[in-house]
Write a protein that binds this ligand. Structure first.
Ligand SMILES: *Cc1c(COP(=O)(O)O)cnc(C)c1O
Length: 375
């Protein structure tokens, strides 16, 4: 049996080698490494895939969030509601721009931000909310958009883990994660649903004026070279990454189907294991299984992970420390508060290997190894 990894980017590359090598060679042959034609081609294909009117490629998902927040032209100290259970970038960018993150606890079963929890945190200073589509399911966007509309808030989706996930509104309309809020952000970090061979990101919006701002912001505040209309950042998507991503985008739905197949096997066989809770399905969203995350119940998680490791199976904790306990945010009022759901999740979750190249034999082996654990 092949070595089990959390993600197996090498095997995936070997499978697509011919297509990817040709795309890379073409960029080298033209040597248009910055803002080359592949960047525009990829952005157009991603717009087609997601249905977003405007796709603004950028250097990474964190910069996408920063640019999205900057495009709201916020006042210093404006509040932005974020979930406690997320990757640091969601909250870090808010603080970096001189805004005030306000942290909401999450749903214990789906791990997602709840519109009702957001509502309780709205103040006259609230400017925006950032729903994070954690692990591959979207937040329940219909009630969240209604709430935002009622209070005049902007919604910035953090779709770094959910590119390719679909959300269905009660009238049957289907939208892609990242295209539902006013702005959507995604990441092409190598292990994400659509991963580059390095860093990359993109911003989605249907608002033309905002798209112009965002394009300028990520390129030194420029529309015309050497004429700078605002202070921006240097955050462009490399042409090489765009060329690779354009190849991989054609396979994204197949990648997601492969992840879903692994998750379905885990669900089927781990559902009856008394010390594990398999991932709950959130309403109206598909699940792209960026992560397959279990909640351990009444066992020593470290011992469980050690049991897997001894069997040659990696596992990871996403995430070990809530935002409200991060030293980086010690100056904010949510620091050190009680947010019991996220705290408990951080103490009990464990993510299993799930990727596009997993073989049946590997999944079977992981399941059987889990079943030999004695609490
Ligand atoms: C990966 C990730 C980001 C940041 O993306 P980078 O491309 O690594 O900067 C932001 N939010 C979430 C939830 C992520 O998982």
């Amino acid at each position: 049996m092949k070595e089990i990894r959390m993600v197996d980017l090498h095997t995936q590359y070997l499978r697509l080698k011919e297509e990817i090598d040709a795309a890379i060679q073409e960029v080298i042959d033209t040597s248009a490494f910055i803002n080359g034609p592949a960047v525009r081609t990829f952005a157009a294909h991603l717009a087609e895939y997601t249905g977003a009117a405007h796709v603004i490629p950028c250097g990474n998902g964190t910069d996408a969030l920063q640019a999205a927040l900057a495009s709201l032209h916020p006042d210093p100290g404006d509040e932005v509601i974020v979930p406690d259970f997320t990757f640091i970038a969601t909250v870090e960018t808010v603080a970096l721009l001189g805004l005030t993150p306000v942290v909401a606890d999450v749903d214990p079963d789906t791990f997602l931000l709840q519109p009702a929890a957001v509502e309780q945190l709205i103040t006259p200073r609230t400017r925006a909310v950032i729903p994070v589509h954690l692990f591959g399911q979207t937040v329940d966007m219909e009630p969240l958009m209604q709430l935002a509309g009622k209070h005049g808030l902007y919604v910035i989706e953090d779709a770094a883990q959910a590119l390719g996930t679909r959300y269905t509104f009660s009238d049957g309309t289907e939208k892609m994660a990242g295209t539902i809020g006013h702005i959507g952000c995604t990441s092409f970090f190598p292990s994400k649903n659509l991963g580059a061979f390095g860093d990359g990101g993109a911003i989605f919006t249907d608002d033309e004026e905002r798209a112009l701002f965002l394009r300028s912001y990520v390129n030194h505040g420029t529309q015309k070279k050497y004429y700078h209309e605002r202070v921006g950042v240097n955050s462009r998507l490399d042409t090489l990454q765009a060329a690779i991503l354009d190849v991989k985008l054609r396979h994204l739905d197949a990648f997601i189907a492969a992840r879903q197949a692994v998750a379905a096997r885990y669900d089927e066989d781990l559902g009856s294991v008394p010390f594990l809770q398999t991932p709950a399905r959130a309403p109206r969203t598909t699940h792209s299984f960026h992560q397959y995350t279990l909640v351990t119940k009444g066992i020593d998680r470290a011992r469980f992970m050690e049991h897997l490791r001894e069997g040659g199976i990696p596992s990871m904790i996403y995430y070990p420390l809530p935002m409200h306990r991060q030293e980086a945010f010690s100056r904010f009022s949510f620091h050190g508060k009680e947010l019991p759901v996220t705290q408990k999740l951080c103490n009990t979750v464990v993510s299993l290997p799930v990727h596009t190249e997993m073989e049946r034999e590997q999944t079977d082996y992981i399941i059987s190894r889990i079943k030999t654990f004695r609490p």
